[in-house]
Write a protein that binds this ligand. Structure first.
Ligand code: ADE
Length: 252
């Protein structure tokens, strides 16, 4: 999977692409994170990538020519058929909020272009002529789109085969499975008076699975009851949820 990031701050992606799980995947050739400096595609020697807005008003606007130029350069060695399946994302607090469904959709693409928005915003022609998805990572405003781009790359990369140790893990993760995760324990069995539940040390795998499922359901009901409206629940899940106070959900 190739991530082409168009940014005014390409150095911001240096460490990101070289540490932990993403770094290992890049090293193994499963991913690439290529940062293209938008300023290299500006027409003047000062590298001016922004300008005042027509009609007046505070805040600068990212100019269209450098962004279109950077996108063309980033995709120059991508075959046309692949390019057609490559989402072009603009990071912006006005976009659709990133969620697992969108992450899954992006993970099926051969690559992504991510434009890191800055200043008051981008010239509208960038949306009209280049962008396929405008994505927010939450209802708050960042100083720029670089962190949002890293969040998107990180979340999508987990679904690229081989990036995370075992694919099964990824599918069973909290949220991906539709429920929050059950509690986890490791050694020591007792720590500062807090014991590990006996069942986890019983060796009875059916009982352990049952306990974990119940804890997932309890935690989801307590912290994110909205997830229960869409989670794949079995009949016995429903019976258990009813026994701990779930009223069946489906309301705001
Ligand atoms: N740029 C500024 N704020 C942002 C946000 N919340 N999500 C994505 N890009 C942004």
């Amino acid at each position: 999977m190739r991530f082409h990031v168009l940014t005014l701050f390409p150095d911001a992606f240096g460490i990101f692409a070289h540490y932990s799980i993403i770094g290992r995947a890049v090293e193994r050739g499963l991913l690439s994170v290529e940062a293209t400096d938008i300023r290299e595609f500006t027409a003047d020697r000062h590298g001016t990538a922004d300008d005042y807005q027509f009609g007046g008003g505070p805040g600068m606007v990212m100019k269209p020519e450098p962004v279109f130029g950077a996108a063309a350069a980033a995709l120059s060695d991508t075959p046309a058929a692949e390019r057609a399946r490559t989402p072009v994302v603009l990071t912006s607090p006005q976009g659709r909020t990133l969620d697992q469904a969108l992450v899954d959709e992006f993970a099926t693409a051969p690559g992504m272009v991510i434009i890191c928005g800055h200043y008051a915003g981008v010239d509208e022609r960038i949306r009209q002529g280049l962008v396929t998805h405008e994505i927010s990572i939450g209802d708050y405003v960042l100083t720029g789109g670089e962190l949002a781009a890293m969040v998107i790359i990180d979340a999508v990369s987990r679904f690229v085969p081989g990036v995370v140790g075992s694919e099964e893990n990824v599918q069973e993760d909290s949220i991906t499975s539709g429920l929050l995760q059950h509690p986890l324990y490791t050694r020591p069995a007792e720590f500062r008076g807090m014991a590990t539940p006996d069942v986890l040390r019983s060796g009875n795998h059916a009982e352990i699975e049952r306990w974990r499922r119940h804890k997932s359901l309890e935690r989801t009901l307590r912290l994110r009851p909205d997830l229960l409206d869409t989670a794949p629940l079995t009949n016995s899940d429903r019976v258990y949820l009813a026994s701990i106070g779930w009223d069946g959900g489906q309301h705001a």
